[in-house]
Design a protein around this ligand. Sequence first.
Ligand SMILES: NC(=O)c1ccc[n+]([C@@H]2O[C@H](COP(=O)([O-])OP(=O)(O)OC[C@H]3O[C@@H](n4cnc5c(N)ncnc54)[C@H](O)[C@@H]3O)[C@@H](O)[C@H]2O)c1
Length: 251
Amino acid sequence: MRLEGRRVLVIGGGGGGIGRAVTRAFGAEGAAVAVADRDPERADEAADELRAAGATAVALAVDVRDGGELAAAIAAAVRDLGGLDTLVTVVGGQLELVPAVKLHEMLDEDWDLVYELNLRYVARAVRLVLPVFLEQGHGSVVSVGSVTGIMAAPHQAAYGAAKAGLLSLARTVAAEYSADGIRMNVVVAGAIATPVNPAPDGWVDPIPVGRYGRSDEVADAAVYLASDAASYVTGQRLVIDGGVSARGPFG
Ligand SMILES: NC(=O)c1ccc[n+]([C@@H]2O[C@H](COP(=O)([O-])OP(=O)(O)OC[C@H]3O[C@@H](n4cnc5c(N)ncnc54)[C@H](O)[C@@H]3O)[C@@H](O)[C@H]2O)c1
């Protein structure tokens, strides 16, 4: 129960992949969880599952692209949970959003769609939650990033640039708000088997561990970064990628 008594808002927490694993893990560690998702049924399902397991949970419908909805969701989480200790941003992705093309072939609107979902609105959520944390005198943010933010993946230019931006955002929060008791870190996920990115047969060569990762392995890292065990950790990335980014092209 590393998060007993903590109040957590998970944005994008209804999804069947990393989002759901994060809400489950935070609930299992004793946190009260507000699950926010664009899909209200998914948010409800995730909150129901947590309550059935004995945790405190509320569901919030929010599309992060709407600044008013986002501000209202943060206010609702603070009201319903009686405060907010941690914001987890899971929302993001690209595979289901745009065609896989090279940089010069990418349409403006596709760049904007991916870049904004993965960085602009996450940054807005962070900007909106900071006044809450400042008033309380503490708080932390954990964002789900990607190895494409630390190494290039062909056909993922906007996604990689946005996920790299999350790392910069975390460093800024560390530089500007550490004295206020506020931390931000990024879980950098490698290839994780999820509904939108199922593990293909026989493509694990570049992964030293020899398999795709599981969503709960990403969620465990998020729990650690939100917990007191990480009280001196801020502005950092924690890479959960089965060794992909550690391996060079040798041997
Ligand atoms: N699956 C992977 O291999 C992998 C690898 C690295 C990083 N990631 C990152 O992990 C995160 C989760 O990915 P996932 O595939 O596990 O998804 P997921 O199953 O956690 O689902 C994401 C949820 O976000 C919600 N969402 C989407 N747009 C939204 C919006 N505008 N407003 C509010 N909610 C919205 C969806 O309804 C969905 O429920 C993403 O940030 C992704 O970039 C995934």
